[in-house]
Ligand binder design. Sequence first.
Ligand SMILES: O=C(O)CCC(=O)C(=O)O
Ligand SMILES: [Fe+2]
Length: 349
Amino acid sequence: MPVPQLPPFPADVHTHPLLVIDYDLLEAGNQQEIDRLWDAATNLGFCLKNHGVQAEVDGMFEMGEATMKLPIDEKMKFEQGDEGSSFGYKAAGANAVDANGMLDTVEFINIAKDDAFAWPSIAHRTYPSTVTSRMESTVIPFVKKSTEINTTILNIFNTKLGLPEGELIKRHNDAEFSGSEARTIKNPKGMSQERTALGAHTDFGSLSFLHNRLGGLQVLPPGIDEWQYVKPLPSHAICNVGDALAVLSGGILHSNIHRVVPPPGAQANYERWSQVFFTRPGNSVILDPLSSLSPVIANAVQRNKEKHSNAGGATAQEWFTRRIKNQRIKNRTGPETWHASRGTEQGRA
Ligand SMILES: O=C(O)CCC(=O)C(=O)O
Ligand SMILES: [Fe+2]
């Protein structure tokens, strides 16, 4: 584990509480818990307990620590590049965090779900030895379990959205390549509180399954203009809806605006590690509301006409590539590059 003993999240820092959902109850089909999940997902994000992935998450943190300790020249052999692909290594300072072109401070390693599932064949690219030597013991089990959890949640959303059975899952089919990936993130200790680690954004895909140990994640809830910390709870995952589901659902599900800043209080003296799994639609999926398949979604599109987030019929791959590419500092020409990287934030970030 990267950090054996951590100071607690400061008691005097205001936080935004997320509803805690029990995954065991969801899996058992408990209607009350399903209704609570729906409430949470249509407002802000939620936290998931009893998800059963903690051992794999700890293994991913250990993989991340070994990877980030590699010499920078070695890590750069696996760099994600400037063409809008996310898979591979991203060095600190490779992305902008705002329209002024301030640099991010996080480094991360992204491992494609397709590469994990194709292993030992290569679907998209190769990875450092610290990843490949743990593919079978750690990465594949983490990706598999995270995918199963997100599938359970997508199926619940499918029913609540009034869609015919299997419509959301069809759009997240393992048989088609996608931008789905595992990400292990390191932010160095002792960064100035003025520095944004990871700029304000909505996630690009459908569902994000996030594991935090230290504070630093902040959300901008709808109708509120001040960033609010999310307090990490041990063994709980933070779940966010991303742009793709916001668009497919006609705005019924919201893509949560968030960013990462240095951890508050005494926690700032420690490296901040986070682990995410992003479920994203298959590359060819068109991002338009599924109005023709569900009157619930058709009504929402009518109701939300102005504030409804639209992807203009882009495919998931086009949406994703545009957002990644325009965050890259090497592609920056001015504030317009940042604006071109935006998703469903609607001018709020
Ligand atoms: O590190 C975190 O807590 C959040 C990371 C995140 O938002 C992302 O990678 O999209
Ligand atoms: Fe995010």
